[in-house]
Design a protein around this ligand. Structure first.
Ligand code: FMN
Length: 497
């Protein structure tokens, strides 16, 4: 009898111990390292992937979990021991699309209910006191809300009781070096030279700025990319660009390049000529080696073609600066250089904007140079026999002069790649003034039915000029929550700039 009682007591103790262990968050028993990113155009995703690899290789952290921020759940946070966040900021201080759900689910309650704004109490909904974390915030100091989402995330984690491993790290986007590509999340296909092979004006006679289709061929093997990826033009690697840019301003580029002055003197030389935006960072310049110099900020363009076409196409609007000169990147691509010119650039993979499966229908919305992203998606679909129907809604300015790629779009319409194409014009000389969001609102039933059939929504173009109005129209048609759910599922993808 006594033995039976001891056995029962022992079993009871074992059960109590097992229950206590189960109730403990995994983190207390070791846990993994989480690397989470929120990124609109791939830079933060690429940096996060690099950070995850470093942690695995250098720090020997076996289980590094790399996730977009929206996929970080309560369980993920409770199971992690350490979290590294790499996030950019969009809109006016807002999270990128793949961080919107996380911000609503965790940061809003933490910062508004019990956290920093309520005297530093831990948000009772989620106690992350087991977790240590760091935040790398990417932004652009030209924006008033510099790195605002990173700051909010940093504060929100503290409000949930997590322990900061380091102060918030803020990175100005111009300072970000190229991130090597390993074909995983984010990443970049290495810098290489490209040759300008063709340039076509797409809107002769337009009241707006000239829009060009620019075709580049790779020097060496063509790298691979997907529709949705970004081309990063590197003016810093092209001495010709610098010379052309300077001579377009009646400055003597050769004098600068062949100068034997010190870096400091060069800096003064540039600032005397009101070129203070040009950073001369290294004496490499004195040797005429531009490859290591962050001399001019890189310019980014949505890729308009797919590798199957054999070359890289961009659709570039010529930018005019306040001094009347052309923008550095668009000036070089559309005016300063002649076919045959060579310059450096790299591709940045932007998983956010990839279409994983072309079988479902697609509602492709864009305006102006946003045609680049739409064209790449359509070109990719044209090579996919099982692609679902695409409904294109495209906006431009003048009905008589702004019909870029009209023939190609018509051919895709005839060939069935496009099932329906609504072209609208803000001046609408013949059919009346209409914007893309007007088409969506006017066809709200069709939009609902298309999405109910499983359609993805892809938007490309200017954020303030189009993207925000389209977002408001879609939210009114589909409901805010449904739209957020589509975003979180990767079915509402936006390439906005
Ligand atoms: C439409 C748009 C809005 C932006 N708004 C902000 C902002 O409010 N604050 C900021 O610091 N950076 C802002 N940025 C800059 C981005 O955060 C920065 O370029 C970052 O490196 C992008 O990283 P990603 O490629 O991971 O999305 C904005 C960029 C774009 C294109």
């Amino acid at each position: 009898m006594a033995v039976a009682l001891v056995m029962a007591w022992l079993l009871w103790c074992v059960w109590l111990y097992w229950r206590a262990r189960r109730a403990q968050p995994c983190a207390n028993r070791g846990g993994h390292t989480l690397v989470a990113y929120a990124s609109q155009s791939g830079t933060a995703a690429a940096l996060a992937a690099r950070r995850a690899r470093q942690l695995e290789v250098e720090a020997g952290e076996a289980s590094v979990n790399l996730l977009p921020l929206n996929q970080v759940s309560r369980q993920t946070l409770l199971a992690a021991r350490k979290a590294v966040f790499v996030v950019s900021t969009y809109g006016e201080g807002e999270p990128p699309d793949n961080g919107v759900r996380f911000a609503r689910q965790f940061l809003r309650p933490a910062l508004h209910a019990g956290g920093a704004e309520a005297g530093g109490q831990i948000n009772p909904a989620l106690d992350l006191s087991h977790l240590s974390y760091s935040v790398v915030a990417l932004g652009d100091s030209a924006y008033a809300q510099f790195c605002a989402f990173g700051r909010r995330l940093f504060e929100g984690m503290a409000a949930m009781g997590a322990q900061a491993l380091a102060p918030l790290e803020q990175i100005d986007s111009g300072q970000i070096a190229a991130v090597p590509d390993d074909g995983s999340e984010g990443g970049e296909a290495g810098n290489r030279f490209w040759t300008l092979t063709a340039r076509t004006l797409l809107n002769p006679g337009s009241p707006g700025a000239p829009l060009y289709e620019v075709t580049l061929s790779a020097c060496g093997p063509l790298p691979t990319w997907r529709a949705g990826d970004i081309f990063v033009l590197q003016p810093r690697n092209a001495p010709e660009v610098v010379s052309a840019w300077l001579s377009a301003r009646n400055l003597d580029g050769d004098l600068w390049i062949s100068s034997q002055q010190s870096t400091r003197q060069l800096r003064d030389w540039l600032s005397e000529r009101d070129l203070s935006t040009v950073a001369v960072e290294s004496s490499e310049l004195l040797r005429g080696d531009f490859s290591a110099l962050p001399m001019l900020p890189a310019r980014e363009y949505s890729v308009a073609s797919v590798p199957r076409e054999g070359n890289l196409k961009l659709i570039v609007r010529q930018q005019m600066q306040t001094d009347g000169g052309l923008g550095v990147g668009s000036g070089w691509l559309t005016a300063f250089s002649e076919p045959g010119a060579r310059f450096a650039g790299r591709l940045r993979h932007n998983n956010n904007c990839h279409t994983i499966d072309h079988t479902p229908p697609m509602l492709a919305i864009g305006a102006g140079s946003g045609l680049a992203g739409l064209r790449a998606q359509l070109a990719e679909r044209s090579g996919c026999a099982s692609a679902g129907p695409a409904w294109v809604v495209f906006g431009e300015r003048s009905e008589t002069a702004d019909c870029p790629l009209a023939l190609e779009l018509d051919n895709w319409l005839t060939g069935g790649v496009i099932a329906r194409c609504d072209r609208v014009f803000s001046r609408g000389e013949v059919t009346g003034k209409r914007y893309v969001q007007d088409v969506l609102t006017g066809r709200a039933d069709d939009v609902q039915a298309f999405v109910a059939r499983g359609a993805d929504i892809y938007v490309c173009g200017s954020r303030s000029g189009m993207g925000e109005s389209v977002h408001r129209a879609l939210a009114a048609i589909l409901g805010e929550q449904a739209l957020e759910a589509l975003m979180a599922e990767g079915r509402y993808r936006r390439d906005l700039y």
